[in-house]
Design a binder for this molecule. Structure first.
Ligand SMILES: Nc1ncnc2c1ncn2[C@@H]1O[C@H](COP(=O)(O)OS(=O)(=O)O)[C@@H](OP(=O)(O)O)[C@H]1O
Ligand SMILES: Nc1ncnc2c1ncn2[C@@H]1O[C@H](COP(=O)(O)OP(=O)(O)O)[C@@H](O)[C@H]1O
Length: 220
């Protein structure tokens, strides 16, 4: 299943489909289904979006640990971390954020095709960019998780002191302060405060694990 739409024939080149600029798609005999059977799980992308300080990295790592302890193969793509390497040339303009999300979406797609449960945690403030990532994944294998924490909560946490700098005008274009965040309209999972309290990291991860179990991603 190595073709662009995940529907390859398993033999040789698929002419026409990717024949753009004389570049063709090459199919291998071992496909996504074979890898999934080996791993006893289904490849997918858990895409965590939310404001800085909403708990994206905390959820990603807690979920990673929980799935790993259940014998599942996972990999975390964290926005902050990727900006040290793959995306080190990008800043925080709308154009650069879009390119950031496009690249991470493509990498996440490869991990999912490899059969892994890929956990991506990025602010990803633009709906259109998240939807573009969803569009390149096979049906239902893009799971958007909205960490819906109020700005006041995120700002009061401020573990890196960035909100303080943004309020002081020392960082320009900070998401939620003077740069936009577009909440999802149709996400698979929303994590929010209950009676004014944020769920614990293990409760947040539990919500995602339940979804993955229910939809059959934790078996082949
Ligand atoms: N201007 C501005 N706006 C938002 N965030 C900023 C900014 N400058 C630096 N940072 C730090 O970068 C982290 C977000 O990187 P992402 O790759 O997730 O951002 S984005 O998806 O491209 O919007 C973000 O990490 P998290 O706090 O983990 O979200 C910040 O630490
Ligand atoms: N569910 C939670 N309950 C309480 N504090 C949390 C929770 N999730 C994250 N935090 C704390 O909030 C801060 C920001 O979390 P982090 O995961 O770094 O957010 P993000 O990756 O979205 O910037 C950290 O200090 C973290 O310990």
């Amino acid at each position: 299943m190595g073709s662009p739409a995940g529907t390859g024939t398993g033999t040789g080149l698929i002419n026409g489909m990717m024949g753009r600029n004389n570049i063709f798609w090459h199919e291998c005999a071992v496909g996504r289904g074979d890898r999934q059977r080996l791993l006893k799980q289904k490849g997918c992308v858990v895409w965590i979006t939310g404001l800085s300080g909403s708990g994206k990295s905390t959820l990603a790592c807690t979920l990673d640990h929980e799935l790993h302890s259940r014998g599942k193969l996972t990999y975390v793509l964290d926005g902050d971390n990727l900006r040290h390497g793959l995306n080190r040339d990008l800043g925080f303009s709308a154009h650069d954020r879009t390119e950031n999300i496009r690249r991470v979406g493509e990498v996440a797609k490869l991990f999912a095709d490899a059969g892994l449960i890929c956990i991506a945690s990025l602010i990803s403030p633009y709906r259109r960019d998240r939807d573009s990532c969803r569009a390149i994944l096979p049906d239902a294998s893009f799971i958007e998780v909205f960490l819906n924490m109020p700005l006041e909560v995120c700002e009061s946490r401020d573990p890196k002191g960035l909100y303080k700098l943004a309020r002081a005008g020392k960082i320009k274009g900070f998401t939620g302060i003077d740069d936009p965040y577009e909440p999802p309209l149709n996400c698979e999972i929303e994590i929010k405060q209950e009676e004014g309290a944020c769920p614990s990291p293990s409760a947040m991860a539990g919500q995602v694990v339940s979804y993955l179990e229910e939809k059959g991603f934790l078996e082949d």
